[in-house]
Design a protein around this ligand. Sequence first.
Ligand SMILES: [Mg+2]
Length: 156
Amino acid sequence: MDQGAAAREILPEATSPQTAAPPAGDPLLPVTLGELQELQASFAKDRDWDQFHSPRNLLLALVGEVGELSELFQWRGEVPRGLPGWTPPEREHLGEELADVLLYLVRLADVCGVDLGRAALRKLEKNAQKYPVDACRGSSQKYTAYQEAEAEGSKS
Ligand SMILES: [Mg+2]
């Protein structure tokens, strides 16, 4: 299913080109993960699609959407931040694919009983502990490199 189409049906004004600011006065913006979860759940319920939304099916749909997102970057070489040179339709397409990924991720978390917002906050906290600013500032090394260096330092 095209989650972009689903989102357009639910949030018709929220699918304007991604280069533009959110429509002024849209009562649905800014939107929370919980609100997206509720919109997704009611979208599926209205269509009797809960029967298809098993964790496995949603995971595979999510991976498919990640593939569609990847296609937008395929063969372009390194793409600078801000996407200079991308046309408005390309940017809109990017927004749709990013939304597809987010919507399936939110739905997958919901049917698995995972509080995605809480899990993300916990993960950020864990990452902050794994990557202390003093040890990793300006470095792209994995956290294990810092742990090994620290262990080596404590031996001497
Ligand atoms: Mg898609």
